[in-house]
Design a protein around this ligand. Sequence first.
Ligand SMILES: *[C@@H]1O[C@H](CO)[C@@H](O)[C@H](O)[C@H]1NC(C)=O
Ligand SMILES: *[C@@H]1O[C@H](CO)[C@@H](O)[C@H](O)[C@H]1NC(C)=O
Ligand SMILES: *[C@@H]1O[C@H](CO)[C@@H](O)[C@H](O)[C@H]1NC(C)=O
Ligand SMILES: *[C@@H]1O[C@H](CO)[C@@H](O)[C@H](O)[C@H]1NC(C)=O
Ligand SMILES: *[C@@H]1O[C@H](CO)[C@@H](O)[C@H](O)[C@H]1NC(C)=O
Ligand SMILES: *[C@@H]1O[C@H](CO)[C@@H](O)[C@H](O)[C@H]1NC(C)=O
Ligand SMILES: *[C@@H]1O[C@H](CO)[C@@H](O)[C@H](O)[C@H]1NC(C)=O
Ligand SMILES: *[C@@H]1O[C@H](CO)[C@@H](O)[C@H](O)[C@H]1NC(C)=O
Ligand SMILES: *[C@@H]1O[C@H](CO)[C@@H](O)[C@H](O)[C@H]1NC(C)=O
Length: 699
Amino acid sequence: METTQKTPAPAHPRPAKLNRRRIVICLAAAVGLGYLVATNPLPVAGIDVLSRRPLYTCHTTSSSSPYAVYPRPEDPFRFLPCTNATRPPLLEDPSPAATWTNLYEPSPEHWSWGKATTNISSTNESDVYAGRGIYLCGYLDVPLDWTNTSDPRITRLAVTKYQVAGPDLQFSHRPRKSSRTIVVEPGGPGGSGTLYVWNGAEAVSERLSGGTLDVLGWDPRGVNTTQPRAACFPHDADRDRWWQLAHRYRAVSEDSSMSQLEVADALFEATFRACWEKSGDLGRFVGTGMVARDLNAIRAALEEPQLTGYLVSYGTGIGQTYASMFPDHVGALILDGTQYVPLEWMQGGFGWAALANITDAWRDGFLGECLAAGPQYCALAGRLAGSADDDGEVTLEALEARMAKLVASVARRPVAAYTAASGPSLITYSSLVPAIYSALYRPRTWPAMAQVLFDLEQGNATRAAAMVDALIFQYDPSRAPPESTLITLPGEACPIAMPAVPPLPSTSELMHLVVCADSYDAPQPADGLVWWDELWANMTAKSWIGGNSRFYNVLPCRHFGKYWPQPAGVYRGPLNRTLSNPVMLVAETHDPATPLVNGRRLAAGMGYSNARMIVHHGYGHASAADRSTCTDDVLQKYILGQGIPEAAETHCFADEKPYMYGVGKASVEGAPEQDVTGVWREHLQEMMLWNPGLARGRA
Ligand SMILES: *[C@@H]1O[C@H](CO)[C@@H](O)[C@H](O)[C@H]1NC(C)=O
Ligand SMILES: *[C@@H]1O[C@H](CO)[C@@H](O)[C@H](O)[C@H]1NC(C)=O
Ligand SMILES: *[C@@H]1O[C@H](CO)[C@@H](O)[C@H](O)[C@H]1NC(C)=O
Ligand SMILES: *[C@@H]1O[C@H](CO)[C@@H](O)[C@H](O)[C@H]1NC(C)=O
Ligand SMILES: *[C@@H]1O[C@H](CO)[C@@H](O)[C@H](O)[C@H]1NC(C)=O
Ligand SMILES: *[C@@H]1O[C@H](CO)[C@@H](O)[C@H](O)[C@H]1NC(C)=O
Ligand SMILES: *[C@@H]1O[C@H](CO)[C@@H](O)[C@H](O)[C@H]1NC(C)=O
Ligand SMILES: *[C@@H]1O[C@H](CO)[C@@H](O)[C@H](O)[C@H]1NC(C)=O
Ligand SMILES: *[C@@H]1O[C@H](CO)[C@@H](O)[C@H](O)[C@H]1NC(C)=O
């Protein structure tokens, strides 16, 4: 995914000249009444004093605005142009539609616009936004339990859409929605689809459709701005307090692995208890079968008979489940970074099925490509100052041994560090190794990671500390506390305080709930923790880089059945029902999370008539991490309905090499001074999509 940094309230281009004649529109709170009052001018704002909720707001708009008033009638998503306030109304809100409509902000300069496309045919002097796409925010209420019609509860899915043609027009009933919509899902479990749209929709639309199709993402049940939320700690700081205790790695569980396992297991027991106390039976309803039904509801709300989608990582698990449950509603569906869901149904499968190619990514990729690029581009390719072997080049074996030595020394004794932001800090084995694993997801981080490891070898832990602090802690003490706002009611002398809204804790526990719900009926080992200890040993032997992290993703499942013994709507196959259209799988040769072998299992399981595959020869997680024109061409043709490869497998190679991206094209000369913190912050933003467990959310 391309990251064009953007927040929900970007700096907005100012309209050059607007007709300043104002029309004031007041939206009545009881929007159910459905009328607009146009008059000139009206009181400022009304407040329901008892609930301290704005009751109605008066909107000013410029008569020169060519755009329609939102939400559009009968839009099931109730889309509004996004502002920093367009978060779906609370579930407890008795009149959510009215509250939501009140958030409509009519001035286009407060909306979130896309970049101007290069393709504007006619620039209209009086329409400064011509040729820009628009970010629309909405929500969709669906049953919490799709399998029980007498359960009235809902989940309110947060939805964000990038509409390439721009907002709907004022005097037209025709929406400017594209003919089809690329629905995206970034994975996790726990990745936020709305964040994915903010960070990547324009790049996705460009890459997969030449900028012609809209892109829609949603926060899956339990995640981020969807409600109810699966956050089991009241504050991120509370989670941080326990995190390191429960995530000590095997190599540093010096007393015995079993005593560490008892600690982690007890904390996961406490965590699921807290999830139960806070959210009750929510854990029954977050499994992938339920998410697939939500996806079908989104498709139906789009009024598209067949789903067009780009689903990544765990999103491919949602995708293959969706395709099997709704085989007649498959349009053009790309599953990139492929899981094979039957493995997810097994005890610990989410963990052990991910490990096959991590060592290959480290050895061939991170280290091998470093040496191929040379010391000009990769700090680790140089010989160590004062090292004895000053003859000739650094070999791969020598570099690998150097890294093993470094990591072993950190395991023996953590490295003391200092940063101005955090004060005293430590580089531990259990924080450095997940940072390395995380970097393997994205080769663009490799120069920064190589610099960090090189510095550490030299005894300088400053950059490493900045990196692991951002990785390990979710709570950011430097973030300003929320402020309450003062509002003066009409006719009142004294302002009242609207309460401050503290930042919500992240929904980190959702991942465990999904992983465990999907494998809920896998037999629990009779010998309890002994089996898990053996699994831990096996996984860390298979990969010292990813084994621990993946193990702790699945260990909590020991306690799932105590609270949620019967998840609803679980799907157990088959995966080979005849689809209305074949899906397009993409699997990467050096993927650290979704190895190629799983993609091949999926392709074989679905059958040739249902699936084709691209074998993407490149590094990182999913194919956008290491772009290939060949892959992009096949995907765009497929999405645009211009054909699908005959061959069961198409082999595509990445265009460039890690450490050398852009070299020789732009004015890149040698390795620039690494802005490790900046590169890493951007990386963690992205990791929150693919694997929130490896990003922790303080990006
Ligand atoms: C330019 O935009 C204005 C305002 O939307 C509209 O009234 C006018 O018809 C447009 N002109 C052209 C040539 O499209
Ligand atoms: C939202 O953005 C407006 C300006 O567009 C700003 O005045 C306001 O403080 C922002 N609100 C929040 C909660 O960030
Ligand atoms: C269905 O929902 C009703 C109402 O909440 C509840 O009483 C019943 O136990 C539910 N049935 C199942 C199978 O979950
Ligand atoms: C939640 O979604 C909003 C956008 O809708 C995004 O800004 C924020 O980063 C997301 N948070 C997480 C933890 O993904
Ligand atoms: C962009 O312009 C080119 C050349 O005029 C045209 O072929 C293409 O269809 C246009 N794309 C869009 C999205 O309008
Ligand atoms: C990935 O792992 C599989 C299974 O162990 C192995 O056959 C394959 O060669 C590995 N890929 C690479 C690029 O080393
Ligand atoms: C350690 O690295 C940091 C960041 O590059 C640098 O600012 C600092 O001077 C280095 N410290 C020493 C003692 O070399
Ligand atoms: C660990 O690996 C051994 C050897 O491959 C295997 O026999 C055993 O079943 C594995 N145990 C677990 C819990 O994965
Ligand atoms: C579908 O897969 C099952 C095994 O999961 C197999 O028994 C069956 O023959 C397959 N059906 C078709 C049509 O290939």
